[in-house]
Design a protein around this ligand. Sequence first.
Ligand code: ZN
Length: 417
Amino acid sequence: MYELIRRLFPLCRSITGDGVRETLRIIGEQIPLDVHEVASGTKVFDWIVPREWNIRDAYIKDAQGNRVVDFRANNLHVVSYSSPVQKTMRLVDLQPHLHSLPDQPDLIPYKTSYYDEAWGFCLSHRQRQGLSDAAYDVVIDSTLSDGSRTYGECLLPGAADDEVLIYTHTCHPSLANDNLAGIAVCVFLARLLASAKRRYSYRFVFAPGTIGSLVWLSRNQHRLSRIRHGLVAVLLGDSGSMRYKQSRRGDAEIDRAMLHALKHSGVPYQLEAFSPYGYDERQFGSPGFDLPVGRLSRSPNGGYPEYHTSADNLAFVRPESLAGSLSVCADVMEILENNGRFLNTSPFGEPQLGRRGLYRTTGGGPAPEREMALLWTLNLSDGAHTLLDIAERAGVDFRLIRRTTEELTGAGLLKSA
Ligand code: ZN
């Protein structure tokens, strides 16, 4: 995952353009990916797909010909979606187009101007204060033209048409945690699931924030009823604790499965109620859709000082954090895949487990966790309770209940409901 992030880091992504296409091409080397293009000007609910933005170069050059601010050194230096510029300007006239962070004077901020035509440069506050009041050559060699908006989709068909939707955004330039960590975890989750037996079909969507989920929703309205569970997976590489934001419903199966997986993961986690702010969960959770889509992250958007700055770099993302995030995602998918209902074939009184070698034959003392799991599974396998219901009620890990159902099924005491 870290290697993939390292490879994708230099690309200048935005909500449209060649940086996104190159990102999707590299993802497509790892997993099967269908790439879709949606024309600029396409109406999407209350929005319009914007013109395509591409950039080749940008700089602020002093009278001696030095590039004092250089897009080639760091693509955060240009406000994303800046319209083209070529002029000589005095510093006083350039100032309204400069962005810096006085409170974090060594960091370059990440800024965008998607939906109104503007241009600008981002630089560290320290560098800004060092600029002399001279004339500068200001160049942004960009184009804003009718083109398209690109997104990628990886579908892993399962035994059923019912789908699990996993969404991550792909629209940030050289920022490591905010967009690349989510991309890397999703790619490797898809690789894990690709080689597993699947009940559900899994649809991974790699698309820009906001306009990407809106486009996807508008093009897939006919199959939204198939989405049983969904997850927006973002910001998964920093050293903060895991954080799950519930779906709008709050009690969807994904919400319960995620809480269970986190509770039994042994790592610290936080739970956050739904709010109509954040990443693409707000589109999936808009009232017209109200899909069961939660969001898994580590430190939340805006919740860490490196957020949307040049400090969200390759050093900020940790391989072990990526691995922990992937592990939680895999645990959740295992719960969703196996969360069936069973029927106790011997429901009149307790079946005699000792005779079948399932229970210790010497009595006395408290029952070990495994035996409690057997008893709970038999008791609640009435066709109404799911395995997750049973695991929660018994207060044990879902995986133990799952193993228990296999043992009991093998002994003829359970059957699928
Ligand atoms: Zn962001």
